[in-house]
Structure formats: structure tokens, C-alpha cells
Design a protein. Structure first.
Length: 69
């Protein structure tokens, strides 16, 4: 199966950017780690979206390791 394009809902994008700013304010390394985890998770979703649980309708989700996001 080909990878699919993964997008953020506008509210999810704002939540992500706020969390990234908060983690980066605490530590640049922590911010970078958070960003890497999110990007890794997006890659996993893109490679095999059907393996992740459905949240609502056609929306699926994945939990980020190490971060409550």
C-alpha cells in the first residue's frame, strides 16, 4: 500500500504548535524531541493508517510516546 498524506485539523495544529512552544521554552532539546516524536508518529500513520484506532468517522489517532499529547 502506498503512503497517504496526513493532515492536521486546524485545532490540532494549534494544539501541536502550542505544545511545541511550551516544550521548547523549557528546553530546546525537549522541544526537538517532541517534534521528532510527532514526525515519527505521522510517518507511522502515513505508512499504515488502517492499523490505528478510529477516533471518529474517518479520523484515526496515535498516542505520542514520552509526551502526553
Amino acid at each position: 500500500m502506498a503512503e497517504i498524506e496526513v493532515g492536521f485539523h486546524n485545532e490540532a495544529r494549534e494544539e501541536y504548535l502550542g505544545a511545541l512552544q511550551s516544550y521548547t521554552t523549557l528546553s530546546h532539546e525537549l522541544g526537538r524531541s517532541f517534534q521528532e516524536e510527532v514526525h515519527h508518529s505521522i510517518d507511522l500513520i502515513s505508512a499504515g493508517p488502517e492499523q490505528w484506532p478510529i477516533f471518529e468517522d474517518r479520523i484515526r489517532f496515535i498516542r505520542i510516546r514520552r509526551f502526553p499529547f
